[in-house]
Design a protein around this ligand. Structure first.
Ligand code: GLP
Length: 253
């Protein structure tokens, strides 16, 4: 389930090819989408490929993993803006099929529940993209989140807020809360591609490798998923045992 690529650009090729294949074979596929710097090259390569190969994206449905509480969809640091900037405004999607949690919903718990039901009504997610936080979070499921959690409101850890402060320049403060799809919706996806790139992820990737499945390192749960791939560049794989690095680099994903 571990795959090592030379660099983020070859990962972008691999992941965007997988996305294009899935959409071609099932134009009304349901995708789970992620944000974060890791996904930027993936979306940019995907946009190029869709244009070159004239892939019809108008019938696909997507659900984003998470959104900050208190930021409107128009706020430049919201994940809604991120998705428009990196993906949605570049291709002729049917906007009514693109879903993100609403960080300004008046009743956040009710909204989280509705979001979860919406995913279920669409038949669940077929292909889920994931990044990973430096503490092992997926979506915004922080260490300690029960594996049976569904979409919910979360108080972000200090570490996550510090990590994400790089996107909030100036005096802007990283919100304290977010809405995230839970571990259940993520694990119910039929297929999962988690991407980790760069040295800053090497430590948590090594931790993933060493440890049994534990709620303290949320993405270890993927060891229980029958079709999850952990896709690394060489920098993110650099703290894995050398033997493992050698073997995996030899095997194409
Ligand atoms: C955020 C998002 C996650 C993302 C993670 C890693 O906290 N909620 O979904 O995977 O950051 O982000 P980056 O790719 O910027 O390292």
């Amino acid at each position: 389930m571990l795959h090592i690529f030379p660099d983020p650009s070859s990962i972008a090729d691999y992941v965007s090819n997988t996305l294009v294949e899935r959409i071609r074979s099932k134009p009304d596929v349901v995708l789970g989408l992620a944000t974060g710097a890791t996904m930027e090259p993936v979306y940019s390569r995907f946009v190029e490929k869709v244009r070159q190969q004239r892939v019809d994206v108008s019938r696909l449905t997507s659900f984003n993993l998470d959104e900050y509480v208190g930021l409107s969809g128009d706020h430049p640091k919201s994940y809604s803006s991120y998705m428009r900037q990196h993906l949605f405004e570049h291709l002729p999607f049917d906007r009514s099929r693109l879903h993100l949690p609403d960080g300004l919903a008046p009743d956040l718990d009710a909204h989280s529940h509705e979001y979860s039901i919406k995913v279920e009504r669409c038949g669940g997610i077929e292909l889920q993209l994931l990044g990973v936080g430096s503490n092992g979070h997926i979506g915004f499921n922080e260490p300690g989140t029960p594996f049976d959690s569904r979409c919910h409101v979360v108080r972000l850890s200090e570490r996550t807020r510090r990590d994400n402060s790089r996107f909030f320049e100036g005096n802007a403060v990283v919100p304290e809360f977010a809405i995230t799809m839970g571990m259940v919706e993520i694990m119910q996806a039929r297929e999962i591609l988690l991407v980790a790139t760069g040295e800053s992820k090497a430590h948590i990737v090594a931790e993933w490798y060493r440890r049994e499945v534990t709620e303290m390192v949320p993405f270890t749960v993927l060891k229980r998923h029958p079709r999850a791939k952990i896709i690394l560049d060489e920098a993110a794989a650099s703290q894995l045992p050398e033997q493992v690095q050698r073997t995996l680099m030899a095997v194409p994903a």
